[in-house]
Write a protein that binds this ligand. Structure first.
Ligand code: PGA
Length: 253
């Protein structure tokens, strides 16, 4: 048996409601077959409005459902927000937080993201926490310090709230690699993933840390990515909306 990977499809806002439902209805059986054949974990993260219907379509399969964000607040006067509690009730086992597009578009801070993490863990949803540096920070050799600072908030929350026995998926996504076709070198990936693992190992057991890589993942780059032992899975954007491409990625692992 090969290595077990977690494969997360981040559908962003690529599909309309009907397109997302159509995709799931058309491909769920074939997707489940290849996920089972390879013994990986498959997680689909559509946008909020799709979650309820997606749950009905996927509930009899081994494909898990995830959301793309959650509120950092408890139930109350928060227009436009979606509570972690509701996501759990809708059948989400996972939720992405801290994605760079949300950090930028919704001005989310490291502190907000730690609060979202708390809400997810309180509701037994596995977090998929995105971290990563910008192109400028990368060029200025600041990747390690930026990621360490992002991780500091996560670590403190886990420690202070006594969540140290939880499973955490952490996605290293260099922002300059998302949607650009630019992949980090394997040396850079090994450096970053080793540092991330070391940081989190101070508060979590090694088995509780699932390290994902995200940024321009496609069938064409899997030969390189799968040589990196530290990678336990992938957070896939654009390529995950194309079933043939997603299939290529899953079968390559
Ligand atoms: P991409 O996006 O695969 O389209 O680069 C990844 C992500 O933003 O999670």
């Amino acid at each position: 048996m090969g290595k077990h990977y977690s494969i997360v499809a981040n559908w962003k806002m690529y599909f309309s409601f009907q397109q997302a439902i159509g995709w799931l209805q058309q491909h769920k059986i074939k997707l489940e077959d290849i996920i089972i054949e390879k013994e990986h974990t498959g997680i689909i993260c559509p946008s909020f409005e799709v979650l309820s219907n997606a749950y009905s379509i996927l509930k009899d399969t081994s494909i898990a459902l995830g959301a793309q964000d959650c509120s950092s607040c408890s139930l109350g006067a928060h227009t436009g927000q979606v509570a972690a509690q509701s996501l759990a009730q809708l059948g989400c086992g996972y939720c992405i937080i801290g994605h760079s597009e949300q950090r930028a578009n919704a001005c989310q801070t490291n502190n907000n993201i730690a609060q979202k993490l708390e809400k997810l863990l309180e509701n037994s949803i596995k977090p998929i926490i995105c971290i990563g540096e910008t192109a400028k920070e990368y060029q200025n050799k600041k990747s390690l310090s930026i990621v360490s600072e992002q991780l500091r908030f996560i670590r403190e929350l886990l420690e202070n709230k006594n969540f140290t026995n939880q499973k955490i998926l952490i996605a290293y996504e260099p922002i300059w690699s998302i949607g650009t076709g630019n992949l980090p070198s394997s040396e850079h990936l090994i450096l970053m993933l080793t540092a991330i693992k070391e940081h989190l190992s101070e508060v979590l057991s090694p088995e509780s840390i699932v390290l994902l890589y995200g940024g321009s993942v496609s069938g064409a780059v899997m030969d390189m990515l799968k040589t990196i032992d530290l990678i336990d899975g992938f957070l896939i954007g654009k390529a995950s909306t194309d079933f043939q491409e997603l299939k290529k990625i899953v079968l390559s692992l």
